[in-house]
Write a protein that binds this ligand. Structure first.
Ligand code: 16G
Length: 166
């Protein structure tokens, strides 16, 4: 990704390569199930009872499709995941068989707020979706988070987000 194209400023300055003292930004790996990955996801929503086997099966499927970019920030001193976000690429027949990006599961652990990690994750995945030639990238969020996402160029759509829950 071309980091110079990112839309937000960081103070103090951080980057994907240097996300902060003792922190590393990298793709999710299987061992992260033992580094509190689910504890972080649990701060967003219900995660359910997931066995290591369930996790590995789902993760292997995601990797095989090559359409999932799950990134995490690890605190190297604690050996714990402290933030995560996912970009999913969807293939379309429309727009000249274009690709569309979806940003999902953006979570920064309570203890790691104020380190600009949410900003970093969103900048990286938004730039990545552009680099992968998505014609758009979308996300769903709570009204209180709208101002945060606007910083990266996201605008509220005139379409209504609808869902049917089971
Ligand atoms: C938020 C998340 C979405 C996640 C959902 C879970 C972002 C930008 N959005 O909408 O990715 O799947 O919450 O909520 O992180 P649920 O458990 O009610 O489906």
């Amino acid at each position: 990704i071309d980091w110079s194209q990112n839309m937000v400023s960081f103070s103090p300055s951080i980057s994907p390569e240097l996300p902060g003292e003792g922190l590393v930004l990298r793709p999710l790996c299987t061992a992260d199930i033992n580094r509190g990955y689910y504890k972080v996801l649990g701060q967003l929503t219900k995660v359910g009872d997931v066995t290591a086997e369930d996790f590995i099966k789902t993760f292997e499927h995601m990797k095989k499709t090559e359409n999932y970019y799950v990134i995490v920030v690890e605190d190297l001193n604690l050996g714990q995941i402290v933030a995560t976000a996912t970009l999913i690429i969807e293939n379309k027949f429309i727009h000249g068989c274009a690709k569309r990006g979806r940003i999902e599961e953006v979570v920064v652990s309570d203890q790691c707020r104020g380190k600009q990690l949410g900003k970093l994750l969103l900048s990286v995945l938004t730039l990545l979706s552009k680099k992968l030639n998505c014609y758009k990238v979308t996300l769903e969020c709570k009204p209180k988070n709208v101002a945060f996402y606007e910083k990266f160029g996201y605008v509220a759509s005139d379409e209504t987000y609808m869902q049917c829950r089971f």
